[in-house]
Design a protein around this ligand. Structure first.
Ligand code: DAH
Length: 369
């Protein structure tokens, strides 16, 4: 290879300066430094044979080489500073807070529509003088059925319809067993009824009573379980509210009055309530109760099964055998009871057509309430 001339070296310097000026990043700049000044760089190569040149030429080429090196270094330096400054400005801009942007906001949780329904329901009953009591979700067979006057062969007791833990213990299918628990709790601390085994035959409760229990006036919220397939209006886990009033001289008129007052307080004063004869082992007489369908305005739709009415729950006058199981004398007192599903009420109040959405925890659904 012949030694490069002073002119060639100058051209190299110009080329390098142009490339450096066009570099857009510090790493690209470093690449150019290596490409010209590195061990195998273009300028390094161009100056390699300088020692072999005759003195005159060596001076000229040497000067050109020094100049080129100086231009290269200062171009690298200049562009490096520019790129540093640009990067710093970019970082500063990124760090800057735009105070005109809307705030990010912290998401605040709120209660589930089922729970707000339940709270409102209880509030109305508390306003009417009822006490809120609860019972266990895992219940004695004897309280879920026997104490409530179910005959031993009643179809609801079938394993197909209920979840059993053992022969004696099950997931309660309704909140009604708490009627008996609540009545027994009204007895004096010294009355044997308070210490009776829950599984004792109902008659034993009354027989062992040594006190005159005061009126029972309770409302019982709670979760209940049934082996059901999930439909528009049914679910295998659901909430019920049970209401029980036991006192002297209670009649069906008291039941109708309290129930209608509650439904109108909850669903609105124009709510229409319908009672129809029904049968429950633990009430006599019994009636189911419905309200006018909110979805179709009583014209008939899928939600009300084309009837214009939505059944809310069951009710009746407490059967004498149930009073006996609670340690009350049916010759002295009478009572009414009713029970209903909370989901149905929430659906009707919030116009939720499908019960399943209440249990899916889909935020897009829950945010609406
Ligand atoms: N326990 C009944 C059920 O789950 C509902 C019910 C009916 C409750 C009549 C009552 C009543 O208190 O009197 O279907």
């Amino acid at each position: 290879m012949t030694q490069a001339s002073a002119e060639e070296i100058e051209r190299l310097a110009e080329e390098a300066e142009a490339a450096i000026a066009g570099a857009t990043s510090l790493s690209e700049l470093d690449g150019l430094r290596v490409a010209y000044r590195g061990r195998k760089g273009k300028l390094t190569a161009a100056l390699k044979g300088i020692g072999e040149l005759p003195l005159e030429e060596r001076r000229a080429v040497g000067r050109a080489g020094n100049e080129a090196t100086q231009r290269l270094l200062s171009a690298l330096d200049r562009r490096g500073q520019e790129l540093e400054a640009e990067a710093a400005a970019g970082r500063a801009a990124a760090d800057q807070i735009d105070v005109t942007l809307p705030g990010r906001g912290v998401e605040v949780g709120h209660r589930h529509p089922l729970m707000t329904t339940l709270e409102r329901v209880l509030e109305i009953f508390v306003g009417m003088g009822y006490s809120v009591v609860q019972g266990p979700e895992v219940e004695w067979y004897a309280l879920n059925w026997t104490a409530l006057n179910y005959p031993p062969d009643h179809p609801a007791m079938d394993e197909q319809d209920s979840f059993y833990v053992t022969d004696e213990v099950m997931l309660r299918t309704h909140t009604s067993p708490v009627q008996v628990r609540a009545m027994r709790a009204m007895h004096d601390g010294s009355c044997p009824v308070r210490r009776l085994d829950w599984r004792c035959p109902p008659q034993e409760a009354l027989a062992s009573c040594r006190c005159t229990p005061p009126p029972t006036r309770v409302v019982v919220p709670g979760r209940t379980y049934r082996r059901e397939s999930v439909t528009l209006t049914h679910h295998d886990i659901f909430y019920q509210v049970e209401c029980l009033l036991v006192d002297e001289g209670i009649t069906f008129a008291d039941l109708k009055g309290v129930l209608a007052a509650f439904l109108r307080a909850y669903l609105g004063p124009t709510t229409r309530v319908r009672f129809r004869p029904d049968f429950f082992p633990f009430t006599e007489p019994s009636a189911d109760f419905s309200v006018n369908c909110e979805f179709c305005d009583a014209r008939g739709c899928r939600f009300c099964k084309e009837s214009g009415w939505v059944e809310i729950g069951g009710s009746g006058l407490v059967h004498p055998n149930v009073l006996i199981a609670g340690g009350y004398d049916p010759d002295r007192v009478s009572g009414f009871a009713f029970g209903f599903g909370v989901e149905r009420l929430a659906q009707r109040r919030y116009r939720i057509p499908h019960i399943r959405t209440l249990y899916e925890n889909d935020m897009r659904f829950l945010r609406q309430f």
